[in-house]
Design a protein around this ligand. Structure first.
Ligand code: URA
Length: 431
């Protein structure tokens, strides 16, 4: 006679608890995540539960338990044999956010190991792997042993996160994506931190965005998210700090895969747009402070070729040709200034959506991306413009995409008589 294991809880009781603003115990959360991972708790029950959490929140202990349960659902990695301090960075994602590309080799040029397990983009925020895949020959997938080798020899590695890390989060995140429960602090914090803690980094710097191009728009909410993640990191023994950064304007002058790689190389060569350099330097300083090098001169490493040399080694270690020309789009369309004055507004989200519609991003996981598609900005808020001068250029291989991209970006900028007030890019540090 076959027997089935007796489950210790009824899922519907757990749903009712969260529905009526109660708390789940540690053992209930451990069971829930295990039972969901093995398929005993169904997607429809988990969807109801995540909606109840979305509406009623979770207390700090529950968020920590959820994070630990998701870590326990899969494998954990360790870099303890490397003989180098490891520091990782995570950004909550934005428009034109290519900072990982210059940042990882820059920090590695100080002898620190930077393991960047990254993903592909979905929707208007670009994926780091999609960007790097525009470099001829570059490979995103690495075995664990090759990843360790590169970290030991080069210091920086940016590669695909395997599905073995926090698989419960992979399943839950996909469900949240289609049930309107992504924008929820306890769920975002546990999702991001379960993967980062499972990865085994000793220290972590978070770039938590706010503003139109971020998925949490409000600065107070993003501060709460940052504090929750910093607390989770510290509770797990990972030295963690966060910068709250403004994502209301696209970062830099490019949005789109190969265009962003080009801008990253400019930054690594001591040039690049001022905001890209500023954020790269600010995050590098935080990472190196956590790695015990608070006085490292990161600007010098950008200016004297050390960071660029580190980039070349990182790209070549993953099969990329650092000297190959980057792909360029078959078609371009220039949008010009309708009047003279100051550019006072340039809204990140519509530009992100337009770049996505040009082919730089994907609507479904399985869609391909165009390496050369995207947008090149010719002016940023605060710049003086004259009527008729190019404001931005759309790039794509398929000209049929121009109309929908132009529709997305319509009304996303303003030209006025007075220069806008400058707001800081890095608003706060949370530690
Ligand atoms: N990124 C993640 O990995 N998880 C979330 O929930 C949101 C953003």
């Amino acid at each position: 006679m076959s027997t089935t294991a007796v489950e210790p809880f009824d899922t519907v009781d757990l749903i009712r608890t969260k529905r009526s603003k109660g708390s789940l115990s540690t053992v209930e959360i451990d069971w829930l995540i295990d039972a969901y991972t093995r398929g005993y708790v169904g997607d429809e029950q988990m969807a109801a539960l995540t909606m109840a959490i979305f509406l009623n929140g979770m207390e700090r202990r529950e968020i920590r338990d959820l994070t630990l349960a998701m870590i326990a659902s899969g494998e954990t990695m360790s870099f303890s044999t490397l003989g180098k301090t490891t520091v990782d960075k995570h950004s909550t994602g934005g428009v034109g956010d290519k900072i990982t590309l210059p940042l990882a080799p820059l920090v590695a040029s100080f002898g620190v190991a930077v393991p960047q397990l990254s993903g592909r983009g979905l929707g208007h925020t670009g994926g780091t792997l999609d960007k790097l895949e525009s470099i001829p020959g570059w490979q995103a997938s690495l075995s664990n042993s090759r990843m360790h080798e590169i970290l030991s020899e080069v210091g920086a590695v940016i590669c695909a996160a395997g599905s073995g890390l926090a698989p419960a989060d992979g399943k839950l995140y996909a469900l949240r994506d289609i049930t309107g429960t992504v924008e929820c602090i306890p769920l975002i914090a546990s999702s991001i931190m379960s993967k980062k803690i499972a990865e085994g980094t000793a220290a972590l710097v978070l770039d938590v965005k706010f503003g139109s191009g971020a998925f949490i728009k409000d600065i107070d909410e993003s501060r709460r998210l940052a504090q929750t993640m910093v607390d989770l990191g510290k509770d797990a023994g990972v030295a963690t700090t966060a910068l709250l950064t403004d994502m209301s304007v696209p970062l830099g002058l490019t949005i789109g895969n190969a265009l962003e790689v080009r801008e990253s190389i400019e930054t690594l060569s001591g040039g690049g747009p001022a905001d890209i350099r500023e954020l790269t330097v600010a995050l590098a300083r935080e990472m190196l402070t956590l790695a015990g090098q608070p006085d490292a001169d990161v600007e010098a490493a950008l200016d004297d070729g050390r960071a660029l040399a580190s980039w070349r080694r990182m790209i070549e270690a993953q099969g990329g040709d650092a000297d190959a020309p980057l792909p360029t789009a078959r078609e371009t369309h220039v949008v010009t200034a309708e009047s003279s004055g100051y550019l006072v507004r340039q809204e990140a989200l519509p530009f992100g959506i337009a770049a996505w519609r040009l082919g730089a991003g994907r609507a479904r996981k399985q869609d391909p991306v165009q390496a050369a598609a995207g947008i090149e900005l010719h002016a940023k808020p605060g710049d003086r413009v004259v009527a008729g001068q190019p404001l931005f250029t759309l790039h794509t291989d398929e000209p049929a995409r121009f109309d929908r991209a132009l529709e997305a970006v319509g009304g996303a900028w303003t030209i006025g008589d007075e220069a806008p007030a400058r707001t800081p890019l890095v608003a706060e540090k949370i530690s």
